[in-house]
Design a protein around this ligand. Structure first.
Ligand code: CA
Length: 479
């Protein structure tokens, strides 16, 4: 009997040891997302005037992506892509949520299981900090979509200086405006309860990220997933004086404010890295940094050498600066040139976490982890798509290996975006069969798109109906 008990005990301790070993193998996952950041607005991706020493250090010790794409060239649908691992066009989320109060009561369909839910079910401690923009009603709230912790704001943006936005909010509240008060002025929240944020919002979000990391560090057997979605450098353009003072050589006023906002993020990244080290979690944390879409040059961003801006299917609209960092697991000092998508994060994270993806879950991305090790393309011969509906017509683009087809007006163009990232040398006339083949493949993909479940502004909905959108019969027509 005793013998059996001891045998059982041994088996139990072996089991416990293997559990601990397995846990140690599963990394913490930290996503640092910026908002509307230009391709050339971080040092590691070519910025000559904005300093980002802390991001650059991580990028230099990790792998920098040169062709990382978002699922959409603006905020809401891009984020829906990150969370669901699917093109937002496939579940009717290809527009930002309605601008009306509480996003019109709408949100990303609850049938779409988020990566946070998958990781939470696999035992991860999960947190979302910052901008949400995926629905404000309880069923769409981060706490109901797989996040144990949420600190931030639910709508699409926020003012930065509490002494100003709190005063405006209180004044308007006294006037009885209540539901009509602009979301950018509303108090931030922690797990559904209003809080009084006292710091510049970027600093407040960095502080909360550090708090989360410290809390996560108390139980090393439970890995964490933190989705830190800074709203910087999204408008309103508001920077701290001391951050702008870092850039005496920038004379353009807009660029200087923009630079200050990016610098505040970089300062926050230092605090986060320091806390990962102090809590002994740095070596086992995968850090992924990128922006949700391209920058707006009119607000001081720089997408060089890419053409276009936020909202476009030109490269500048949805190709983003990005890196992966994880000591001894992600190749250090490497550049990854192959086309990758933010949709790749879902399967990559799930597999690293040894998490179970629901059987009926459809995914559009690839697990890119082994491709990063070998430096090979995760999708040779396969396409990455971008569709942006405008008033009365659709912009469309698809990238396959080094080639990209794009239609923004009447005709399809073809660019070798490896050699010609600025999309200046149209080669469609030289390769008509390739264009025809790629357009046909994209048209077949478009059949998976469904009607939008909402529109951001009223006029978009009116135009959609009056102009019989999405007008794919015209979009995929070849002359
Ligand atoms: Ca954005």
């Amino acid at each position: 009997m005793k013998q059996k008990f001891i045998q059982g005990l041994c088996a139990f301790s072996v089991l416990m040891a293997s559990v601990a070993y397995a846990e140690a193998e599963r990394p913490n996952i930290l996503v640092i997302l910026t908002d509307d950041m230009g391709y050339a607005d971080v040092g590691f991706n070519g910025s000559k005037d904005i300093k980002t020493p802390n991001l650059d250090k991580l990028a230099g010790e990790g792998t920098v992506f040169k062709s990382a794409y978002n699922a959409h060239p603006f905020c809401g649908p891009s984020r829906a892509g990150i969370m669901t691992g699917r093109y937002p066009h496939k579940f009717g989320s290809q527009f930002n949520l309605p601008r009306s109060s509480r996003s019109g009561g709408l949100g990303i369909p609850v049938e779409e299981t988020y990566i946070s839910k998958v990781l939470q079910k696999a035992g991860y401690f999960t947190g979302a900090i910052g901008k949400w923009h995926l629905g404000e009603e309880p069923e769409f709230h981060p706490n109901n979509r797989g996040f144990d912790e949420f600190y931030g704001f639910l709508n699409g943006g926020h003012d930065y200086f509490p002494e100003k936005f709190s005063a405006s909010y209180q004044r308007q509240k006294k006037q009885g405006l209540d539901h009509a008060i602009f979301g950018y002025l509303r108090p931030l929240e922690h797990n559904g309860k209003e809080v009084e944020e006292k710091e510049y919002v970027t600093d407040g979000l960095s502080r909360e990220a550090v708090n989360f990391i410290e809390k996560a560090g108390e139980d090393k057997n439970q890995p964490f997933f933190l989705y830190l979605a800074y709203n910087a450098p999204h408008s309103p353009m508001q920077a701290k004086e001391e951050d702008m003072a870092q850039f005496p050589n920038i004379t353009d006023k807009k660029r200087k404010i923009y630079a200050g906002m990016v610098y505040a993020v970089d300062r926050g990244v230092k605090r986060i890295v320091d806390s990962l080290k102090a809590t002994g979690q740095y070596d086992n944390t995968l850090i992924v940094f990128f922006s949700d879409n391209g920058g707006k040059p009119t607000l001081g961003a720089n997408n060089a050498p890419l053409q276009g801006r936020k909202g476009d299917v030109l490269e500048g609209g949805y190709r983003t600066p990005m890196f992966f960092h994880w000591p001894n697991h992600i190749p250090a000092g490497k550049t990854f040139v192959h086309p990758t998508s933010s949709l790749d994060l879902y399967p990559t994270f799930a597999n690293l976490a040894k998490a179970e993806i629901p059987k009926d879950k459809k995914l559009d991305g690839k697990d890119i982890f082994s491709s990063l090790q070998t430096g090979s393309s995760p999708r040779p011969g396969e396409m990455i798509y971008a569709v942006r509906h405008r008033l009365g017509f659709s912009e469309a683009a698809a990238r396959r290996d080094n080639w990209k087809i794009i239609k923004r007006g009447k005709t399809w163009q073809l660019f070798d975006v490896d050699k010609d990232p600025s999309e200046t040398n149209d080669q469609a006339a030289k390769h008509p069969f390739m264009v025809r083949e790629m357009v046909a493949e994209m048209e077949a993909w478009s059949w998976t798109n469904i009607q939008p479940k909402w529109f951001h502004i009223h006029q978009e909905g009116v135009q959609w109906r009056e102009k019989a959108m999405p007008r794919y019969h015209e979009t995929f027509f070849l002359e």
